[in-house]
Design a protein. Structure first.
Length: 280
């Protein structure tokens, strides 16, 4: 993102306005606040080195306000019972295995970009190294890379997810054999012709699953939030949950999920109650 926009400008001629234009253009193209923040941070680090070596008098990226990053919305996170109802209802959908991958921590853009070469059903793991996003500039669905190094990760799968992926693989092979045309990019999740699935279509399928389960409609992203809150409430280690989710750092996981999860706060309060009463 940086080199095409700024690569022709001399360091000593670089101004804050140049950086602002880059960020504005990325926003216009539909790139997320997280991507824009990471782009600015990359430039800031590079210019800090140039400044340290005397090539610059000031780091102009530091003079530009970072994009405002919205906090994740957690108020639609399913409960344990709702998750069971949702996953039971999801068995009626051809995207059953996809919804399960969200429920173990993958982002929709990561799950829809999965290729079978990144799936090891014998070891029960998937390696996340790609994303799929619909661009607002008319390019359609475009493959990319995860935004941070920690987003590129291997996620261990529960047995129920492995079983669902095996069934999905068998069904997909039948679809492929019967299709007049199949766009073979090794996709795990694809349309009946092997083409990428649009997140919006997957979201509509999830709304149908919610209706069938008798659960209030939720965003498909709420399954990923459940992959954080429910294990933490059950006693899983914060580090393990953060790794599965691919967060940039442990502090983010703690800030977003631990501090805002009432059940975890209640557990802490109950522990202190027992300690202060002398019951522990």
């Amino acid at each position: 993102y940086l080199t095409p926009a700024l690569g022709h400008i001399r360091l000593d001629e670089l101004a804050p306005e140049h950086v602002e234009r880059v960020l504005t253009d990325l926003k216009r193209r539909g790139l997320s606040a997280h991507t824009r923040t990471y782009t600015r941070a990359t430039l800031r680090r590079a210019l800090a080195i140039a400044e340290k070596r005397g090539y610059l008098a000031r780091n102009v990226a530091r003079l530009v306000e970072p994009p405002e990053t919205p906090r994740p919305k957690l108020d639609d996170t399913p409960t344990v019972e709702e998750m069971r109802l949702l996953m039971k209802a999801a068995k009626t959908s051809r995207l059953h295995a996809y919804f399960l991958t969200l429920a173990v921590g993958l982002r929709p853009s990561e799950a829809l970009a999965l290729q079978w070469s990144a799936v090891d059903l014998d070891k029960g793991s998937v390696t996340v190294s790609r994303t799929l996003q619909r661009m607002r500039d008319g390019r359609g669905i475009v493959a990319g890379v995860p935004k941070t190094q920690r987003s590129r990760r291997t996620v261990l799968l529960p047995g129920i997810v492995v079983d669902a992926l095996r069934e999905h693989r068998s069904r997909q092979l039948d679809d492929r054999a019967g299709a007049e045309h199949w766009e073979d990019n090794d996709p795990v999740f694809a349309t009946a012709h092997g083409t990428p699935i649009d997140q919006r279509n997957a979201a509509r399928d999830f709304q149908k699953v919610c209706d069938l389960a008798g659960v209030p409609r939720r965003r498909q992203y709420s399954l990923r939030h459940a992959a954080a809150t429910l294990p933490l409430e059950a006693g899983a280690r914060l580090e393990a949950v953060s790794d599965a989710l691919g967060h940039a750092n442990l502090a983010f996981t703690k800030d977003v999920y631990v501090s805002r999860t009432t059940a975890l706060q209640r557990q802490s309060a109950d522990v202190m109650d027992a300690l202060l009463r002398g019951d522990a």
